[in-house]
Write a new protein. Structure first.
Length: 94
């Protein structure tokens, strides 16, 4: 799976960008989904598998917002890992 430059989630197009130094609430972060600007930021330099996992994680946050679902961080983490396993274990290509 190649990380797209833009991903459509619900009614919104989210721009996906890589950044050198990524902070969320003053702490280092691997990914951030900004629902006000519709930008998903991924920390530059991650290994491909981790980058995909973080991308899926941030997309799940956008899905939460677009569809009014409250998963919470723990469920988002678990779902991102489960979706990555589904993709990897079955050698799915998109």
């Amino acid at each position: 799976m190649k990380i797209p430059e833009v991903v459509k989630i619900g009614a919104y197009d989210y721009k996906v960008v890589e950044v050198e130094d990524l902070q969320l609430d003053g702490k280092s972060s691997l990914g951030v989904c900004d629902r006000e600007t519709n930008i998903i930021q991924l920390k530059k330099g991650m290994k491909p598998k981790k980058e995909k996992e973080v991308f899926i994680h941030e997309c799940l946050h956008a899905i939460e917002d677009s569809y009014g679902i409250d998963l919470g961080e723990k469920r988002v983490n678990l779902l991102a890992l489960a979706i990555m396993a589904l993709i990897s274990d079955n050698k799915l290509r998109f």
